[in-house]
Write a protein that binds this ligand. Structure first.
Ligand code: AMP
Ligand code: MG
Length: 330
């Protein structure tokens, strides 16, 4: 009996060892944060702890940046038109303003009063009346954000101005979560924050029966098909790879047979008229890719071609079905 027990114990240990050596540990956690479903997957022995810490970090960022949470810095800033903020929020707003400059204002976080008027996702979503739209449009201009570096305060030149980090926050958070994963020993990981994908390292061997580790492959949603149906694949290059998509199919409502989506041209307060269904940006920074995918959705492919220094690749899906690929220089 004693020998049988020892044999069984050895068998179980060996069994575990074999499982570990053939199949790397894989941990996935999902959460609803930043107004979207986020999922973090990491591989290896440190995966569990690393993934938990990464999710905690995203929850912390959500607490700072959500413009719907009365406790958040952004909510309080919007209410008071002035706030001393954390260095983290200050730096992100500063970089968002830089990205507005680089995109000639196609990306502009001061679109919030216009977003409120359209009311996407709320009970009051509808096409705004023209005079109301024009009034709110006068409040949209990133140049009227005042950043005091010394005091770490943000204020607005005009009363009624408000900011919305929805076009960059997911990208920023995915970069931060990736950093936390690495700091906690996860060498290979895959993060998906509602269309913002970041990969770290490679898909380890042993996974899905693969014999050698290999690059992650990211599928891009076909804007005209069911969720999960892809029209293109991007192979992740480099230690960190971000693939971010902005699409008109993500958030919209229908009125009198017309679809109205959530990406707004800051110059008109309306959906851009450029026949684009989705824009995907590949970069090593998910934050930059996030802002750029929103900006190029507004300003179109000709503009994107003048900004090749900012990205690795851009893939644009037009309403005609045409797919335009632009190779960047970054
Ligand atoms: P994304 O899905 O990253 O393209 O971001 C869309 C979200 O960003 C919207 O839901 C708005 O919160 C915000 N947004 C819409 N239009 C713009 C714009 N032109 N510039 C910056 N943020 C925008
Ligand atoms: Mg974006």
């Amino acid at each position: 009996m004693k020998y049988l027990k020892i044999f069984l114990a050895l068998f179980l240990i060996a069994g575990n060892f074999v499982t570990v050596s053939l199949k790397p540990q894989k941990v996935t956690r999902t959460a609803f944060l930043l107004d979207t479903y986020i999922s973090v997957t990491a591989y290896g022995k440190n995966a569990e702890n690393a993934v938990d810490k990464a999710i905690d970090r995203v929850a912390e960022i959500d607490g700072l940046l959500s413009c719907f949470n009365p406790e958040s810095e952004i909510f309080r800033l919007n209410e008071n038109s002035y706030l001393k903020v954390s260095p983290e929020t200050f730096d992100l707003i500063s970089r968002a303003v830089e990205l507005s400059k680089k995109t000639d204002g196609a990306f502009d976080i001061t679109v919030k009063p216009i977003m409120d008027l359209w009311g996407f996702g709320s009970e009051n979503q509808s096409t705004p009346e023209e005079d109301k739209l024009l009034k709110k449009l006068a409040l949209v201009d990133y140049k009227n954000i005042i950043l005091d570096k010394k005091e770490k305060s943000v204020s607005f030149k005009n009363k009624g101005m408000k900011i919305d980090l929805g076009g960059i926050a997911k990208g920023y958070a995915a970069d931060c979560a990736a950093k936390v994963l690495k700091e906690n020993g996860a060498e290979n990981a895959y993060l998906d924050f509602g269309g913002n994908v970041v990969t770290i390292g490679k898909m380890p061997k042993g996974l899905l029966g693969i014999e050698k580790s290999r690059s992650f492959v990211i599928g891009i949603q076909d804007p005209l098909k069911e969720r999960g149906e892809i029209f293109e694949k991007v192979t992740a290059k480099g230690e960190n790879c971000a693939v971010v998509t902005s699409g008109s199919y993500e958030r919209y409502f229908e009125e009198n047979g017309e679809k109205y989506h959530h990406i707004i041209d800051p110059k008109t307060g309306k959906q851009p008229k450029n026949e684009i269904l989705s824009v995907t940006v590949v970069s090593d920074s998910s934050e930059t890719a996030d802002a750029l995918s929103t900006a190029f959705f507004v300003s179109g492919e000709e503009f994107a071609k003048t900004k090749k220094d900012l990205f690795k690749e851009v893939i644009i899906y037009k309403t005609s079905g045409e797919i335009i690929k632009i190779t960047g220089e970054k």
